[in-house]
Ligand binder design. Structure first.
Ligand code: ZN
Length: 224
């Protein structure tokens, strides 16, 4: 496997991918669809850099480990070191935004939850984080972007970042009070409702857009 290269505005990002910090249950409607309570503080977990894959390449699913659910998420690329900062400083450290799938082995995760074990077996496998190139976030209102996923031509997930329980800059600040963030880290901001199992051979289209403008980002891929 070749090393994953982060791309920002069509150019290689000058830092290697570090860790991917994910937030669970950041949209109330998604927490409800999995019968999970809405958290009072962000539920955090980390995927290693080895989980990253290029979203435009065929999405590889682990075999023999049960269903693999897609969770479409806005990914935020961190551009500056952050340690115990406030939301304003967190906002300034955002280098770009992208689209990602937080792939999840759902039955494996259900068992881990029942056993009160960590989630890595269900979330951190190789290829568990297909992520697009990033675009600069200057001038964008990160708290009003639509993200949508079509599977085999059907709209499967549709959300707006305004519905996040913990907004992007506050979320990054909160993370930085628990562990430092470095340039090249990604924060994955949670999935809206509509998650479900991927099927081999399906086509995928993911988009990130603003209300009135054309799509900011569009990714077309296929499940291997
Ligand atoms: Zn997720």
């Amino acid at each position: 496997m070749t090393a994953f290269i982060l791309q920002l505005d069509g150019k290689p990002f000058p830092h290697a991918l570090g860790k991917i910090v994910c937030v669970g249950r950041n949209y109330a409607a998604h927490a409800a669809e999995l019968n999970n309570p809405v958290p009072s503080e962000p539920l955090l977990f980390i995927k290693p850099a080895s989980a990253a894959a290029h979203f435009s390449e065929p999405v590889q699913l682990p075999s023999g480990r049960g269903s693999v659910h897609h969770e479409l998420e806005m990914a935020v690329l961190i551009g500056a070191p952050l340690r115990a900062v406030d939301a304003a400083s967190a906002q300034q450290a955002i280098a770009g935004i992208g689209l990602a799938l937080d792939l999840t082995l759902r039955e494996v995760q259900d068992k881990l939850k029942r056993d009160a074990h960590p989630w890595e077996r269900s979330k951190a496998f190789d290829g568990a984080y297909p992520v697009s190139q990033f675009i600069g976030a200057d001038g964008l209102d990160l708290h009003n972007l639509t993200l949508q996923l079509w599977r085999a031509g059907h709209l499967q997930q549709s959300g707006n970042t305004r519905d996040m329980l913990f907004a992007v800059s506050a979320l990054i600040a909160e993370i930085s009070h628990n562990f430092s963030l470095q340039p090249g880290d990604i924060v994955s901001t949670g999935t809206p409702a509509g998650v479900g199992p991927l099927q081999s051979g399906e086509s995928l289209i993911a988009t990130l857009g603003q209300h009135t403008a054309d799509d900011l980002l569009r990714v077309e891929a296929r499940v291997a």
